[in-house]
Each structure stands twice: as C-alpha cells, then as structure tokens.
Design a protein around this ligand. Structure first.
Ligand code: DX5
Ligand code: ZN
Length: 226
C-alpha cells in the first residue's frame, strides 16, 4: 500500500547501477529520477542517457520527475529510455492536457507536480487523466532541504478530492525533506508514495550491499504505525 521511492539525486553517481540494485534489494519500491535543466530549476542533473543506462539494472518502476522547461520535446526520449512514470510541473508546459496526452501516447503513466506555492486548481480538468499527483514539500532544485509543513494540508486536500471523486487509484506522492521521523505524519495526511533522497542514500556510502537495509526498515516500521 505504501511505496518508497529513493531519489537517486543523493546516490553515488560513480556507482549508480550498484546503488540502485542495493537500495531495491533493501526493500525500496521505485527509482525516483530527478531531471533538472538549470533553467526551470537552478541545478543540472541527468537525462535520458542515464535512464537508458540504468534500465537494464532493475525491474523496479522508474519514476522520472521532470524539472525542465519546455517539457514536450524530451518526453519521447525518456519513454524510449525505459521510464515508466513521467511527471512534469504545470508551469513548465504551455499545454498541460497535451503534455499529459503525449506521455500516455508514449506508453508511460503521467504525473502532475505541484510546487509548494502552486495551487491545486490545475487538477480541475485533467484529474481523470492522471496516474500520479506529486506534491513538492520543498522548492525543487536540490536534495537535502527542509520539509515545508504546509504540504501536509495540500496532501489532505488532494486525498479528500481523490476519495470523493472515485480516483483513489491515482498515486499521491510526496517529495522533499521526507525523513524517518516525519514519514508517518505525511502518510496520515494522505500520501501513499514517498520520495526520499538524502535520508536514504546518505545512510551508507560504503561498499556494504546491505547498507540501506536498516534505513529502509526504519521507514517501513514508521509506516506500519499508520
Ligand atoms: C528536489 C527533488 C527531490 C530531492 C529530494 O527537487 O525533486 O526528489 O531529491 O531530496 P531529499 O529527500 O533529500 O529532500
Ligand atoms: Zn523529485
């Protein structure tokens, strides 16, 4: 019912394949793949080539979070590179419905991402077409930032809306500042899918293949209380 999606933004990029194999072996569910363009957000990360390179390494869902503007041109490249879910920010697309359609035409699941100050009305006319809603609990661009508590109110509002509209199958994901000590509260507010970058990947940078076991178990133990 609850899915853990470690963000590879905080992984050791010199050993990316091994990092992903190890974190999934430790019980994480989804590979969260942060794409930044130094334009929509003030940082630059990874693109379709890296997605293609990690695709054979894991059977886990690759959840591509596009923090790029414009978005449409790059979507087919990620689909071809093996992405399963592609999410984008409404401010970065001139035609939100068209971008959602493009993601689906390419055979991927589509997600819409809400920055801390982005209003939820972007859901009004496209909710039924979405597979995932991603609530940002930090301003996008960097790992290791502090959780913004207002995101909990936003999660509650979206959860209410999903349940009331018979859309409970849409994943409700949270991204930014998720830690062992706040994940239970976040789950109670309605999230079912949890991105965690620094909290997971900084838990062990050595060569022990089990280095993520204890942090993943700690997250699971907190979620079991919900
Ligand atoms: C931020 C990214 C996040 C980030 C989360 O723009 O979208 O996925 O990696 O990192 P933590 O968990 O360290 O806040
Ligand atoms: Zn992200």
């Amino acid at each position: 019912m609850f899915r853990l999606a470690p963000s590879i933004l905080s992984a050791n990029f010199a050993k990316l394949g091994q990092e992903i194999t190890d974190v999934i072996a430790s019980g994480a569910d989804i590979v969260h793949f942060d794409v930044m363009d130094n334009h929509y957000v003030p940082n630059l990360t990874i693109g379709p080539l890296v997605c293609e390179a990690i695709r054979p390494v894991t059977d886990a869902i690759i959840d591509v979070h596009l923090m790029v503007e414009p978005v449409d041109r790059i979507i087919p490249d990620f689909a071809k590179a093996g992405a399963n879910i592609i999410s984008f920010h409404p401010e970065a697309s001139n035609h939100i419905d068209r971008t959602i359609g493009l993601i689906k035409e390419q055979g991927c699941k589509a997600g819409l991402v809400f920055n801390p100050a982005t209003p939820l009305y972007y859901l009004d006319h496209v909710l039924d077409k979405l597979d995932l809603i991603l609530i940002m609990s930090v301003n996008p661009g960097f790992g290791g930032q502090k959780f913004i508590p207002e995101a909990l109110n936003k999660l509650r509002a979206v959860r209410k809306r999903l349940d009331a509209s018979g859309n409970s199958n849409i994943l409700l994901e949270i991204d930014g500042g998720v830690k062992v000590d706040n994940i239970a509260e976040i789950a109670r507010a309605g999230a079912d899918t949890f991105v965690a970058g620094s909290a997971i990947y900084n838990a062990g940078k050595d060569t022990d293949p089990h280095r993520y076991d204890s942090v993943v178990a700690a997250f699971r133990a907190e979620l079991a209380k919900v």
